[in-house]
Design a protein around this ligand. Sequence first.
Ligand SMILES: [Zn+2]
Length: 497
Amino acid sequence: MPTPAYAELTTRLRHLHLLDTLGHLLGWDEQVNLPPDSADLRAAQQSALAQTSHEAGTHPRLGELLTTLEAAAGLEADQITVVKQSRRDYDRATRLPEAFVKEKAVQASRGYHAWAKARAENDFAAFAPVLEKNLGLAKREAGYLGWAGREYDCMIDLHDPGMTAAAITALFDELKAGLVPLVRAITASPVRPRADLLRGFPVEAQRTFLREVTERLGFDYRRGRIDVSLHPFCSGCGSDIRMTTRFNPDEPLDSLFSSIHETGHGLYEQGLPAAHHGTALGMNAGMGVHESQSRLWENQVGRSRGFWRFFEPRFRELFPAQTAGVSADELYLAINAVAPTLIRVDADEVTYNLHIILRFEIEQQLFAGTLAVRDLPAAWNAAARDLLGLVPDSDRTGVLQDVHWSGGAFGYFPSYCLGNMMAAQLWYRALALRPELEADFARGDFSWLLGWLRREVHAAGRRYAMPELVRRVTGEPLSPQPLLRYLRERYGALYLQ
Ligand SMILES: [Zn+2]
């Protein structure tokens, strides 16, 4: 039975959640619809909402309720989960001094513009002071939150609760040992996708195709939509998911696979228990788990033979001239092209993880103080040579390529790779339970996989941190081995026969 204190807590959390959803909606609208001269009003609206939200999230009554409930006997396991998560959020909202929060917000905006300029002018020296300042702010933030001496762990915990730099190092070292030789072997393979494919795909037909694909995968368009923005994203909550994509006639796979990726995020959010939105029971389990859902649909499903057996006839029907004279194998190889590149966001799924390992290793050294900001370009270029076999010809294609550090987002990159590991591990567990999974896909049936994810991952909300969730669903601790197995099986069959 919920006690009055627990009922009041959940009422307050739902209210906070509704304010959050308004913020998501404003943010989505800003990226998709905002008229060019309306940015100032939108910034003021966002700021007013953020203030209201901050007041609700730091309300002393919330603190009293948490203290009462923490001392109460007889709470159920789910209620304890909710109280623990709200304590975490409440402490984070109340422990940072207001002046610090303001300083950080101003610096994030300044940092972004400084980075954009430095990148355009290939001028790392101009960006270095910003990065120094952002590192200092991150360390101070960790101190306020009670993580002094473990600042980088604090950054990781912000994105993936339950993860630490030491745990990630062990996973990434094992992954790297298997991945580097695999990439070398594929790079040396004489097999190459045809370079003349996938040009001149009309945008309207692309739009039709990706709508049919995402609907067939299970995205509920009565509780969500897809629009166009500069960078694809997915926001919103269960009953109103806003996804975006972008179109380029010469890059049809970019819009298709980014849409499938965002659909994976959207399916996860649509699958979180609606009755619990706003509390930990209806909340996603963190960035790594989120990324496992998007990657699973994008890669294990969307790049599979079964998927393309079903969708290829429709693809040819919509793009008859573009696919004339292209065999099924040529098309499939183009979909699974592998080629090391200097740019993370352009990377294929095999080499992508090396980009993340590079950033993780550098972030660790920056936080440990064993790498000075001024030495960063040289360290980056050496790591790119070792891991990718490529040396950036400028900082623009090296250390200045990502936006994350300009806004102070440290400890964020590892989530992408942890998500890839978890996706592969879920995939093999699903295959063990249902060996005919790809035959389902070939018939256009993705319902078993979605149903299983709904029950095993989505329904859990934030009850378990990533390592615990993986163990519960797959029976094994999180490991890079399923990802290595998957990459060797899929890409070995294409490139190394
Ligand atoms: Zn994603």
